[in-house]
Design a protein around this ligand. Structure first.
Ligand code: XUL
Ligand code: CO
Length: 433
């Protein structure tokens, strides 16, 4: 045991009336919701980068966190892993997620960085074998180091493309070795700052070729997990190519990959794209590319990707309603892509941020399940479209404009507008919260 979380107990479920901060009020892993354990619905994952690698900086100031594992040695990387796995255990988190750069010191060469990564992967494997959590997904950090300042796959310099491809290979190998259930690609700097220096057509082809190689390699090594793309419209580049789910779908279709790649959808990214989280989830469901979620919340005033812990149960309820409508997670899960505020210095802050986030998601899931089980929302939706069940109407979609015109004249069709009942449906949703 390290000393970092020394006085913090393992978090248990104590129910909604309890006052113990260090207890779950809604997250009860074994509780059955719609025939499935709550833990198996939510599949919580802890993000290594925010909790253990982020130093607390912002554009106006640097590090605020003073963690005993900060530094660039393998000994400190192992200490970081020790603390991380202690936190996974305290929270009872079934999964975690990481980038290569979160877990290992950067080496002087590509080979040295890879050796460092592989040594930490072995260290993780021992801890996972000893009853630690599973790996929800692995990924490569192709955006922090200065070599990636003009992109990874989309870089004008083919050497950076090569470095990125080689890095993705090592991270996919690491993910496979640890039994990861997904591999995520977030296009950190795959975008542009100014069109004046950008050959967009070329960059798009490079990104498509990279993704095809990733999918080929996945099949070559027999990786059974899903390849997920995480859309985001802005930050860090002014314009990111993976803007939102619909944009990524167009890209996947273009490169023939829509059956191979699914979406990892993040709440804060959806908001930045001018959508709601549930919109993005619904688009992915309708297109058959729903995979996993990154749970967090943006500050609605700052208009930036603040990656705060979720604390809004009504929002979570609408999100999990869409997750349930998509049939729930298969390989995916709920990754907390959320970080502390930079003044939240204490080890207790790190634990309680996750306790609160897990409770908000659990309460949201329970409300969403009540919406599904009651069925009134779906009944209202179905009623709104019921006239389409009539065979004459259904066949119209395979008809042509002239025959439709003839039918409108013959039957004297004269549409009679009906209420969309939005407020009534909003009132109905509030009943389940
Ligand atoms: C950045 C972001 C990433 C990805 C993984 O906004 O969400 O942390 O989730 O690279
Ligand atoms: Co994310």
């Amino acid at each position: 045991m390290t000393k970092f979380f020394a006085d913090i107990p393992k978090i248990q479920f104590e129910g909604p009336d309890g006052t113990n901060e260090f207890a779950f009020k809604h997250y009860n892993p074994d509780e059955i919701v719609m025939g499935k354990r709550m833990e198996d619905h939510l599949r919580f994952g802890i993000a290594y980068w925010h909790s253990f690698a982020w130093p607390g900086g912002d554009p106006f100031g640097g590090q605020t966190f003073d963690r005993p594992w900060f530094g660039d040695t393998m000994d400190l990387a192992r200490l970081k892993a020790d603390v991380a796995f202690e936190m996974f255990d305290i929270l009872g988190a079934p999964y975690f997620c990481f980038h290569d750069a979160d877990v290992r010191p950067e080496g002087a060469t590509f080979a040295e960085s890879t050796d460092n990564l592989n040594a930490i992967v072995d260290y993780f494997a021992q801890k996972m074998d000893a009853g630690g959590p599973k790996l929800l997904w692995g990924t490569a950090n192709l955006f922090s180091h200065r070599r990636f300042m003009s992109g990874a796959a989309t870089n004008p310099d083919p050497d950076v493309f090569a470095y990125s491809a080689a890095t993705i290979k090592t991270c996919l190998d690491a993910t496979m070795k640890l039994g990861g259930e997904n591999y995520v690609l977030w296009g950190g700097r795959e975008g542009y700052e100014t069109l004046l220096n950008t050959n967009m057509g070329r960059e798009r082809q490079q990104a498509g070729a990279m993704l095809q190689m990733v999918v080929d390699y996945k099949h070559k090594i027999g990786f059974k997990g899903a390849i997920l793309i995480e859309p985001k419209p802005q930050e860090p580049t002014k314009h990111q190519y993976d803007y939102d789910v619909a944009t990524v779908y167009g890209f996947l279709k273009d490169f023939g990959l829509e059956g191979e790649v699914q979406m990892n959808i993040e709440q804060g990214h959806a908001i930045l794209a001018g959508h709601s989280f549930e919109h993005e989830l619904a688009v992915a469901r309708e297109l058959g590319i729903f995979g996993s979620i990154d749970m967090n919340r943006n500050d609605y005033q700052s208009g930036w990707d603040t990656d705060q812990f979720p604390n809004n149960i009504p929002e979570a309820a609408l999100a999990y309603y869409e997750v349930l409508r998509a049939g729930g997670f298969t390989t995916g899960g709920t990754n907390f892509d959320a970080k502390l505020r930079r003044q939240s210095l204490d080890p207790e802050d790190l634990i309680l941020a996750h306790v609160g986030g897990m409770d908000v998601c659990a309460a949201g899931l329970k409300a969403a399940a009540a919406m599904v089980e009651d069925g009134a929302l779906e009944e209202a939706r179905n009623t709104r479209y019921a006239k389409w069940d009539d065979s004459q109407n259904a066949e119209m979609l395979k008809s042509d404009l002239s025959s439709i015109e003839a039918r409108v004249r013959r039957d004297n069709i004269n549409p009679d507008p009906r209420s969309g009942r939005q407020e009534r449906l909003e009132n109905l949703v509030n009943r389940y919260l």
